[in-house]
Design a protein around this ligand. Structure first.
Ligand code: ZN
Length: 563
């Protein structure tokens, strides 16, 4: 009956066409989507062919639609509404479907809702397109830039604007998915969103190679939260970063950590290149900037202390200190008075006056801090700002300037001379051994550079240093004849090389993770590659991608379908 009905209506309303007669067209159309309609619970009632494509009309067939809120079936109709949905192509034409949907009264008294829209099998509530179109839209938007996605969809006879594609992709990346499949073996690393300004952090799976999560912070608390939500994680590989080590340790105390062997090799190289460069005197011709010794700094400060205040005051201060000094040497009072060219009574008075009455408040403050000030200056700070930082507010900047004026004036000249000397191209090092060559020498013990070969004559411990470095590399690479970590640490401490010892200290702190480097086969290579991939995606969008869009493309791009 229904079928008959449909045919008659169609023949009256159809406005087509040169290609087919109405009946022929409808038969063809019906044949192509009949099965689809049957399974999705609608009945085609009508179709109109317009210049922009086909518009289908349909009604729903379900007798007793169930309330989506309470699940109770209902037969009471409230009213009818139209839903206009973008449909997949029909006979190579853009198509839309207009469905007459019922709004039902919910008969369940306990339900929170009075009415509900009857659910459709092929479209979500409030959706503007059928599920298949929505899924194609997501897929294309994640795969390529939104304009291209829009064009691709147009070639599939689906009309979607580029901004809709963009919005679709971006909405997927609002949060990290929590129900994502994870093998339990993951890698973590950071990447620059804008170098020097904003950094991000990404986590990827070792086996599926999929990005599992991205954070718009480098070491934020979200990362720890994410790890806590995934207690199934057994192993995390990372670079040598201490921040990640502590985050993982806190969130997943039972998970194994693996330090990446490339970063360890690089770290050792960075430490040792400088040592070898010093040994071959590559930097010898440049002079170091001069700093005063402790006593020198103290005497300069005392000089400045005497020079504060009026002439009369200055003279008194000077006499006071000179007299005290002479008294300590055991010179009699009379002689002191003679030397200072004052009366004996005055010297006597000076001895009996408290120092607080002689010096002004500022002078007292400086005098109290003189040993500390001298220590800071002699350890290599001469600019008032850096001294002030190290003094930690014990002396204000004005007093620091006053107390170090003479010293700074003197050293300004000396430092200027060194600067001129160092800038002179004549004094720059001669034939240079490149850092790369030194690195190779450290890691393999082989070199063609004569300077490096000659080192053996002047540096007795060079052999043991190089051997230690080579054995470290073998150890990290997991070679059979390599020492284990404790043996290596002893070797390193016995080398009598400060830099190597400081590197060994770092190894001691991160011992467990480094042990895992050679005990397991995991490295952070997967993550370094993933970071490259994410950066390539970012650049393909001219570095304008938002964090959400980047996250969506990194997590879902290429791994469709999603939920
Ligand atoms: Zn209900």
């Amino acid at each position: 009956m229904k079928n008959k009905n449909k045919t008659t209506r169609t023949s009256t309303q159809c406005k087509d066409t040169s290609k087919y007669s109405n009946q022929q067209f409808f038969r063809k159309l019906n044949a192509s989507i009949k099965d689809k309609c049957k399974t999705s619970g609608i009945v085609l009632t009508d179709f109109i062919q317009t210049s922009s494509g086909i518009v289908l009309h349909a009604i729903t067939k379900n007798r007793l639609p169930c309330c989506p809120y309470c699940g109770e079936p209902s037969h009471s109709v409230h009213d009818y509404r139209y839903r206009k949905l973008q449909y997949t192509e029909i006979l190579s034409q853009n198509s839309k479907i207009i469905i007459t949907c019922r709004r039902m009264n919910c008969t369940n008294d306990k339900c929170s809702k009075k009415t509900f829209m009857e659910p459709l099998k092929f479209a979500r509530p409030y959706a503007r397109s059928v599920d298949e179109v929505a899924s194609r839209m997501k897929k294309e938007s994640l795969k390529q830039p939104s304009r291209l996605a829009s064009q691709t969809l147009a070639s599939q006879h689906i009309k979607v604007s580029s901004s809709t594609c963009l919005r679709t992709a971006r909405s997927l990346g609002k949060e990290n998915p929590m129900d994502i499949a994870c093998s339990g073996y993951v890698a973590i690393d950071d990447l620059a969103y804008r170098k020097g300004h904003k950094y991000m952090c990404a986590i990827a799976d070792h086996y599926t190679r999929r990005v599992l999560a991205m954070f718009d912070t480098r070491y934020g608390p979200e990362i720890g939260e994410w790890f806590k939500m995934h207690p199934q994680i057994k192993l995390v590989s990372r670079d040598g970063s201490w921040a990640y080590a502590s985050i993982i340790k806190e969130a997943l105390p039972d998970a194994e950590q693996v330090s990446d062997h490339f970063h360890l090799d690089k770290g050792l190289g960075d430490h040792m290149v400088e040592v070898i460069q010093k040994m071959i005197c590559q930097k010898k011709n440049t002079l170091p900037y001069p700093y005063p010794s402790l006593d020198e700094a103290r005497s300069y400060i005392m000089e400045d202390l005497y020079e504060m205040g009026e002439i009369k005051h200055r003279k008194r201060v000077r006499n006071y200190f000179a007299a005290r000094h002479m008294q300590e040497e055991g010179i009699p009072l009379k002689d002191i008075a003679e030397k200072l060219n004052v009366k004996s009574q005055q010297v006597y008075n000076l001895f009996n006056t408290n120092i607080k009455k002689i010096l002004s408040n500022d002078q007292m403050k400086i005098l109290r801090q003189t040993p500390e000030l001298a220590r800071i200056i002699s350890s290599g700070s001469i600019a008032p700002t850096s001294i002030e930082k190290k003094m930690d507010g014990r002396l204000c900047s004005k007093l620091i300037c006053k107390a170090t004026k003479g010293l700074r004036d003197r050293y300004k000249i000396l430092r200027q001379q060194v600067r001129i000397h160092n800038k002179d191209p004549k004094n720059k090092k001669g034939t240079k051994v490149t850092a790369k060559a030194i690195r190779k020498y450290i890691m393999t013990g082989m070199t063609t550079s004569e300077k490096l070969l000659k080192l053996k004559q002047t540096q007795p411990n060079i052999d043991s240093i190089i051997q230690t470095c080579i054995s470290f590399r073998n150890m990290v690479a997991g070679k059979e004849d390599a020492p284990d970590i404790d043996t290596w640490l002893k070797l390193a401490y016995n080398c009598n090389c400060r830099k190597l010892a400081s590197f060994a200290e770092y190894i001691t702190r991160d011992k467990e993770a480094i042990k895992n480097t050679y005990l397991t086969n995991y490295s952070n290579g997967i993550m370094e590659g993933t970071v490259n991939k994410i950066k390539a995606i970012k650049r393909s969008m001219f570095n304008r991608a938002s964090v959400e869009l980047l996250r969506a493309k990194a997590i879902y791009g290429g791994y469709y379908p999603l939920n």
